[in-house]
Design a protein around this ligand. Structure first.
Ligand code: SF4
Length: 332
C-alpha cells in the first residue's frame, strides 16, 4: 500500500469538534457496520448490523496511516477512534490504541455506542484510552429497542451492565452522551429512568444531544433548546448540552474546505458520497460541511428516488456566498 493510500484510508480530518477541539478521526470499521441501527443516525440506516469482532482493517496499516498523517498536519487536540462504523467491533482496538501511543503523546479518545462493554474482551480493549465517550439513549428495554434498534443479542440489561463495569475498571474520564428525541425520551418518566442509570454508571460528564442533524428516520424530532436546558438542570451539574442550535462556529482553517464543498454544489447537485469521492473527504467530514451550508441556507437538499442530493441555491453569487459567511462552522 502506498503512503498516500494509507494516509487517506484510515484517517480523516482533523475536523473541528465542539467537544474535542481539533480532532483527527480514525475510521477502521466499514461504513455502517454497527451493533445498532439508531433512528437518529446521521449516516443513515445500518447496512451491516453485527456483533462479530473482527480485524476489519489491518492494525499495522492503521498505525502507519496515523503516523503519515501526523507528519503533515499541525498537532491535533485528540486522536479519535470513531468513523462510520462502531469502533469496538474491531477485534484489536487495544493494539490500535497502544500503537498510536507508541508514536505520539496526543490523547486518544474512543467515541463508541457503548453496546459491547458487557464483553470482557471489548471492555479490556479500551482501557488504555485517555477518554471514552459512550452513549445511553433510553431508560428501559422498550425505549432502547425503539431508539437504538440493537442487534438481537444485545439486551438493555447487558448494555447497562457493560457501562457500569467499564466505569469500575476504567480510571480515565467517561463522558456519557445522551441523545434525546422529542416525544420519546424527553418526558419526565423516561428521564427519571435515565437518571437512575446515570447514577449507577457515574460518568464524569453527561452530554445531551438531539437531532440537530438529518436523522436516519423522518419521524425523529429534535428537543427544543429550552427543554434541553431544563433537562440538563434535572440531571445535575455534571450535565452539559452539546446539541448545537447556534449552527455557526468559527471556521478558521476549515473555511477553505467548506468553500470547496460549496463550489462543487454550485456546479451540480451531489450526494454525500459524490462530494466525499470528488473532494477525497471522509463522509463524516462532508456531513459537517453540508449541514453547515444547509443551516446557512446556501444549499438545499432534495430527494431523488432513494438518494438525497444537495445543490447550491441559485441566484446567489458565489463570491458573495463566500464572503458573507466566513468564519462559521458547525461543531462535531
Ligand atoms: S448513531 Fe452510531 S451507534 Fe447508532 S447506528 Fe449510527 S453509527 Fe451506529
Amino acid at each position: 500500500m502506498t503512503e498516500k493510500i494509507k494516509k487517506k484510508k484510515f484517517t480523516f480530518g482533523p475536523v473541528p469538534s465542539r467537544r474535542l477541539g481539533r480532532s483527527l478521526g480514525i475510521d477502521f470499521v466499514p461504513f455502517k457496520t454497527c451493533t445498532y441501527d439508531c433512528v437518529y443516525c446521521q449516516l443513515g440506516r445500518t447496512t451491516n448490523k453485527t456483533i462479530d469482532l473482527k480485524e476489519y482493517s489491518p492494525v499495522d496499516d492503521i498505525i502507519d496511516g496515523v503516523r503519515t498523517k501526523l507528519q503533515g498536519i499541525p498537532r491535533p487536540d485528540y486522536i479519535t477512534l470513531s468513523g462510520s462504523g462502531e469502533p469496538t467491533l474491531h477485534s484489536r482496538v487495544r493494539d490500535i490504541i497502544q500503537g498510536i501511543k507508541g508514536i505520539t503523546d496526543i490523547p486518544v479518545a474512543v467515541l463508541t455506542n457503548g453496546s459491547l462493554f458487557w464483553i470482557d474482551e471489548v471492555r479490556n480493549s479500551v482501557l488504555d484510552a485517555d477518554l471514552i465517550i459512550p452513549s445511553l439513549d433510553g431508560g428501559d428495554a422498550e425505549t432502547f429497542l425503539y431508539v437504538n434498534r440493537p442487534h438481537q443479542v444485545i439486551s438493555f440489561d447487558k448494555m447497562i451492565r457493560g457501562l457500569i463495569e467499564l466505569r469500575e475498571q476504567f480510571d480515565g474520564p467517561i463522558w456519557l452522551e445522551v441523545f434525546l428525541i422529542k416525544g420519546v425520551t424527553d418526558g419526565e418518566s423516561e428521564l427519571v429512568k435515565i437518571k437512575t442509570w446515570i447514577d449507577r454508571i457515574v460518568p464524569d460528564v453527561i452530554q445531551l444531544n438531539t437531532a440537530v442533524r438529518t436523522p436516519a428516520e423522518d419521524f425523529v424530532d429534535l428537543v427544543k433548546q429550552d427543554t434541553l436546558e431544563d433537562i440538563a438542570r434535572f440531571l445535575g451539574p455534571r450535565c452539559e448540552i452539546i446539541a448545537d442550535y447556534s449552527k455557526v462556529h468559527r471556521l478558521g482553517e476549515f473555511k477553505r474546505t467548506r468553500d470547496d464543498v460549496l463550489d462543487m454544489l454550485v456546479l451540480r447537485p451531489c450526494s454525500i458520497d459524490d462530494i466525499s469521492g470528488g473532494l477525497d473527504l471522509h463522509r463524516n467530514e462532508v456531513i459537517k460541511y453540508v449541514e453547515e451550508l444547509l443551516d446557512q441556507k446556501l444549499i438545499r437538499k432534495k430527494k431523488q428516488g432513494e438518494r438525497i442530493l444537495y445543490h447550491a441555491i441559485r441566484n446567489h453569487d458565489k463570491r458573495i456566498i463566500h464572503n458573507t459567511n466566513e468564519h462559521q462552522l458547525k461543531g462535531d
